[in-house]
Ligand binder design. Sequence first.
Ligand SMILES: N[C@@H](CCC(=O)N[C@@H](CS)C(=O)NCC(=O)O)C(=O)O
Length: 214
Amino acid sequence: MKLYTYFRSSASYRLRIALNLKGVAYDSIPVHLLRNGGEQLQQAYRDINPAALVPSLDVDGVILTQSLAIMEYLDETHPGTPLLPSDALGRVTVRALAMLIAGDTHPLTNLRVLTYLKRELGLSEEVKLEWYRHWMREGLASVEALLAREAGNGIFCHGNAATIADCCLVPLVYNAERFEIDMGPYPSVVRIAAHCNSLPAFAAAHPSQQPDAE
Ligand SMILES: N[C@@H](CCC(=O)N[C@@H](CS)C(=O)NCC(=O)O)C(=O)O
């Protein structure tokens, strides 16, 4: 498998964790989101992923896109270490957490949105950062509230096994800390992310460990 990735991309980071948890080997193909006006925007990469977003996963010449969809694909094709609970209620809980992060929070803070706010709408760097931190705090507060309902249930987002929710949570926390968001109000988020980060599959997926890390 070939993973089109950028070391700091949280959607790529999700998928790197999932691949590591599954023990699936892959080659990284870096796509630099900032260099040359963004390599993701160049035609060569648009031919791979018309949405001009990373990650993309090349599986025997077939290009898969969308980190959540790919994680579910991996779960179906490599059932060894399940990334979803065996019960329907568990699965809906895990998918809800994953979508809260990947569907409701991350798109508001994505590079292309921040670039548009600054370049096209003329927002200052300071106001742009306030936008970023505002939506991150909203997302973190919602995740924290959902996780609090699960309190005592386990060491991960749901129970005692890592799921796609944890694959989404850890990159969210990485970004929040990078942008110096006070994590005090989100103790469950911090506790679970710290546990995940102590595990080799998560540690190896960290941006600092990637071949394109700067
Ligand atoms: N829903 C997509 C989101 C992918 C995405 O937004 N990727 C970001 C990096 S985390 C990206 O490529 N951004 C490039 C840009 O904004 O121009 C997924 O989960 O795969």
